[in-house]
Design a binder for this molecule. Structure first.
Ligand code: Y39
Ligand code: FE
Ligand code: FE
Length: 230
């Protein structure tokens, strides 16, 4: 299969770049906004971790501000309607799990899947970003590792009781991420981000998180393929 290659030099003011940025920037702004509310919701569901979760929510709100500034800096208006649709399935699943008090599913969706998605996207973006956005994204991605770590630690401590729900939630949500990646691949490429790299970095971050929680390599491989086949 022929590989699409990212262009060597990027013109950040070209109409093509700004058009793609209007959707990717919106996705990131909306993602950070939903992440902030997801951690506020988790704080309600996990009273013994409320303070730490409130801190994570504050970080997400700060990330949203940073990325909003990145769009303004390029004179781009983010397409927020597109971004809301982009996240609607994952967001709906999070809200349903929260309403049912399924903390494990909430953590899998926000703290593992969405954080691993953010970590992969930001790391792939950084080498291709404009100077202003690069500095912001570099500081944001450090926080995202803390968020992933919060989910890992709690799920590791509760692994035996969480295991079945994790496998089910993985089956129900991982395929959504692959579809989201498909939907954004063409715009991401305009920003210098290749789909293969995004998939690879996401898989590495997510699989490593599952192993840190207590799944064996064999189990994580099965979980990743279950998501692909769904
Ligand atoms: O925890 C977080 O801060 C995550 C909400 C942010 C998600 C960002 C999602 C980035 C996807 C960008 C897709 C570009 C290929
Ligand atoms: Fe964030
Ligand atoms: Fe985060």
């Amino acid at each position: 299969m022929p590989q699409l290659e990212a262009p060597a030099a990027i013109d950040y003011q070209s109409e093509t770049y700004k058009d793609a940025y209007s959707r990717i920037n919106a996705i990131v702004i909306e993602g950070e906004d939903e992440a902030a509310s997801n951690y506020v919701r988790l704080a309600e569901l996990m009273p013994t971790h409320a303070e730490e979760l409130a801190d994570l929510a504050k970080m997400e709100a700060r990330h949203k501000k940073g990325f909003t500034a990145c769009g303004k800096n390029l004179n781009v208006t983010p397409d927020m309607d597109f971004a809301k649709k982009f996240f609607s399935d994952l967001h709906g699943n999070f809200q349903k799990a929260a309403a049912d008090g399924n903390i494990v599913t909430c953590l899998l969706i926000q703290a593992l899947i969405i954080e691993a998605f953010a970590i992969s996207a930001y790391n792939v973006y950084i080498p291709h970003a404009d100077d202003f956005a690069r500095k912001i994204t570099e500081s944001v991605v450090k926080d995202e590792y803390l968020h992933l770590n919060f989910g890992e630690q709690w799920l590791k401590a509760n692994f035996e009781s969480a295991k079945d729900e994790l496998e089910r939630a993985n089956r129900e949500n991982l395929a959504i991420v692959w579809r989201m990646l498909d939907e954004v691949a063409a715009d991401a490429l305009v920003l210098g981000m290749e789909k293969e790299a995004l998939m690879e970095d996401f898989t590495i971050a997510y699989q490593e998180a599952l192993q840190n929680i207590g799944f064996t390599t064999r189990e994580t491989l099965r979980m990743l393929t279950a998501g692909l086949a769904a």
